[in-house]
Design a protein around this ligand. Structure first.
Ligand code: FEH
Ligand code: ZN
Length: 353
């Protein structure tokens, strides 16, 4: 099979011809149909995760996968409703099933767990392996792999991030919610801001008009191009748009020092910032304003099984729009470089024949 593999960090992936793997007793072999491309794939290749998520080279990235079952391991229970040819998505976070986080249903937080495409080989290949209990069969007629794959990360991570803001009581009528960074995650994040915002006014921040057009098309009430603007410039635009110079909640899908600094600066008293973007390497927040204004900062990572089921339900009801650009495996390096530059509008998805 063809596989795009990391042989050396900071060097292009190599398209290799390698054997199709055999499923272990409790695994399924997937024929990959579609795999989303994430900025964290670019960061993986760049060595960003070398300490936290070490991988054995050569390594196949790809953590946002839909495919069809090609074979079942001999230990897959007979009563499991999975069969060859079934269209499935890969639930990407494989916990150990024993720790507190796993028992709370948050396998993405398991310190002994595995993240597909960041440990186990992923979907930048024609076939891949997954535990049988971490694939979800899609029974909806007409469901397309290129739109299912992104739901396992780009369409999942911002969903959990918005849920944190809702759980913190920061959304609702009269509230303003910024989605900062309209890339693969932000194009879904704007939609969840409207779906879960309970009437909050949704404002998109981005550095390109093309991405802000996606945000408007996906339901943003207002957009602000923040490229080259000071905090005061942005506060002036917020006042023109909302009659306020601050906002109650921010979903930051970028995570760069500039985006985090701007978000912290415009966050209102008792406001909350939910962080899903990882462009930077550290968090710097103004200490006294955060303490004296009881502002909150939440890290939010990927999503759990229930979050994913909720996203699948919204998608099956036609409540989620996709901004997908389909690409081929042979063009993986060009698209990784484009991701690194922030040049992809929407989500690039590798599609296989
Ligand atoms: C996955 C693994 C490690 C870091 C970041 C990510 C994100 O792509 C999850 O949304
Ligand atoms: Zn990702």
């Amino acid at each position: 099979m063809k596989a795009a593999r990391i042989h050396e960090f900071k060097k292009p992936l190599e398209i290799d011809e390698i054997p199709v793997p055999d499923p272990g007793p409790n695994q399924v072999l997937l024929k990959v149909s579609a795999t989303g491309m994430c900025r964290s794939d670019f960061q993986l290749l760049d060595g960003y995760f070398a300490a936290g998520l070490p991988v054995d080279l050569p390594f196949t990235p790809g953590h946002e996968v839909a495919g069809t079952i090609a074979a079942l391991g001999r230990g897959v229970p007979q009563d499991v409703d999975l069969g060859e040819g079934d269209l499935v998505i890969v639930d990407p976070n494989w916990g150990d099933g024993t720790c507190r986080q796993c028992n709370e249903g948050n396998q993405q937080l398991c310190s002994n767990g595995q993240l597909v495409g960041f440990g186990p080989n992923g979907g930048f290949a024609e076939y891949m392996l997954a535990p049988y209990d971490h694939v979800i069969a899609i029974r909806q007629a007409g469901a397309e792999a290129q739109y299912l794959a992104p739901l396992t990360d780009a369409g999942l991570t911002p969903y959990r991030g918005i849920k944190k803001l809702r759980a913190a009581g920061k959304l609702g009528p009269g509230r303003t919610l910024v989605v900062n960074g309209i890339g693969g995650l932000g194009s879904y994040g704007v939609q969840y801001a409207k779906l879960l915002g309970a009437g909050a006014t949704v404002i998109a921040f981005a550095r390109s008009d093309d991405k802000l057009a996606v945000a408007r098309d996906n339901g943003a009430d207002h957009t602000v191009n923040v490229r080259g603007k000071s905090v005061e410039d942005v506060q002036n635009e917020l006042e023109d748009l909302t009659n306020r110079r601050d906002v109650d909640a921010v979903l930051d899908c970028a995570g760069s020092p500039d985006s985090l600094g701007l978000a912290a600066a415009v966050l209102a008293t008792e406001g909350a910032l939910s962080q899903v973007g990882l462009m930077g390497t550290k968090v710097e927040l103004p200490l006294f304003p955060f303490v004296s204004g009881e502002r909150s900062y939440y890290g939010s990572f990927w999503g759990n099984h229930n979050d994913l089921q909720e996203v699948l339900a919204l998608a099956s009801q036609g409540k989620i729009k996709h901004n997908v650009v389909t690409v081929k495996l042979d063009d993986v390096n060009d698209n990784l470089e484009a991701l690194g530059r922030g040049d992809i509008v929407g989500r690039a998805v590798i599609v296989f024949d």
